[in-house]
Design a protein around this ligand. Structure first.
Ligand code: GLA
Length: 387
């Protein structure tokens, strides 16, 4: 409650008016299916109980005024102005301009952004901010855009204003998440099915490496480009394919000589990971957690050895998990090069694991490992304050 009322009071003082509406949108975990979304494949994410929050009001001006509460930075721009942007400003500006490709925003607004999704941890703090903001603007001005369109708008903001050619997973999970459920999202059809996340005596433990790689966004775009290159070559042999999702391992192997070794390995990882998501979803439905866990380890191996997006800190933590009986599956999560591992661990052994591994991690890398228990929450919501 306190966390909600403090930004509210701050908003009133800073902008000399009350906020009219609040929107929240969460971060996400991903059980399995990494780097498959922009290849039209499947992913199995879930929204978490940590979220971004936006307070917003119309201001009757021709100026949008933003305030990032947690870092105490202000940013404003005119309705038709294209200011230089840095850091978080890119998200705010990007969402506004991407949304304007669909609807006019008729006047200025006052916006406060806050939240508790850790930055740089691979939990999609940026998608959470984008989605909370897009929903807030949509509902404040009654623009009538549905959540799927808002997901595309936020993805476009990342592509055009942040420079990351991301897929749709993070924005979709943030907007559509459902408590205690994962969602099997088909990123080609962009439709989803909720799958109960029933882990019995187990919980989801995230281990944050506290590493965030400064070149992660260019490495991410390089991976995407390698996959697209692979598709453009494979298309000469299989004219009906449009994305790697349309290719199976046999087809890929049949044309292996046509592909450069690096591109072949990257494409093979994606094709195999897609198959793992479907198997993992079935394992979850069957209550076969051991099978789910094995698929998570296999996913990590592929990400580390084939797709080449892990780092020594992530590999170390997954390596530790493999020796710990109470953990049935572990892998790096998200885009890679840092961030968190996701572990399915028996609830009674969480502290034991942390007590054992945190000091080893610290002595190996000279930094802290931060544990986070992920609770699965709902997707984005908005609420009008009574006037
Ligand atoms: C980031 C991107 C997602 C997805 C993952 C990797 O989180 O934003 O679209 O590609 O990396 O699975």
């Amino acid at each position: 409650m306190k966390k909600v009322s403090l930004p509210y009071d701050f908003f009133r003082n800073h902008f000399s008016q009350n906020p009219h509406l609040k929107a929240t949108s969460p971060g996400r975990v991903n059980i399995i299916g990494e780097h498959t979304d922009y290849n039209g494949g499947w992913v199995l994410p879930a929204a978490i109980d940590k979220q971004a929050m936006v307070l917003i009001a119309k201001n009757g001006l021709d100026q949008h005024r933003f305030y990032a509460y947690d870092i105490q930075e202000a940013f404003e721009f005119g309705l038709a102005e294209n200011p230089p942007t840095n850091g978080w400003e890119k998200y705010a500006f990007g969402v506004v301009r991407s949304l304007e490709k669909h609807r006019d925003i008729p006047q200025g607004m006052d916006v406060l952004i806050t939240g508790n999704v850790p930055f740089g941890a691979g939990l999609s703090s940026s998608a959470a901010i984008e989605c909370a903001l897009a929903l807030a603007i949509n509902d404040l001005f009654e623009l009538g855009l549905d959540k799927k369109t808002l997901a595309y708008i936020c993805q476009k903001a990342e592509h055009d204003y942040v420079g990351v050619k991301c897929g749709i997973m993070d924005q979709f999970a943030s907007l559509f998440g459902q408590e205690n459920h994962a969602m099997l999202l088909d990123c080609q059809k962009v439709d989803h099915e909720y799958v109960p996340l029933e882990l019995g005596e187990h919980v989801l433990l995230l281990c944050n490496t506290n590493v965030s790689h400064s070149l992660a966004s260019s490495a991410y775009n390089d991976r995407r480009a390698a996959c697209e290159k692979g598709v453009s070559i494979l298309k000469q042999y299989y004219p009906n394919i449009s994305q790697l999702r349309d290719v199976d391992e046999q087809q890929l192997n049949a044309q292996r000589d046509q592909l450069d070794a690096d591109i072949l390995t990257k494409c093979l990882y994606v094709v195999q990971e897609n198959a793992r998501v479907i198997q993992a979803c079935q394992a979850l439905k069957d209550g076969d957690l051991q099978q789910l866990g094995q698929l998570m380890y296999a996913s990590h191996d592929g990400l580390s050895n084939m797709y080449d997006v892990s780092c020594k800190e992530l590999d170390f933590l997954v390596g530790q998990a493999r020796h710990f009986d109470a953990i049935i599956g572990s892998r790096m999560m998200g885009g890679g090069f840092g961030g968190c591992t996701i572990n399915i661990i028996h609830k009674d052994e969480v502290n034991h694991f942390i007590e054992k591994v945190a000091p080893l991690y610290e002595s190996e890398f000279g930094k802290e490992m931060t544990p986070i228990i992920a609770q699965i929450g709902n997707g984005a919501q908005s609420h009008h304050f009574p006037s």
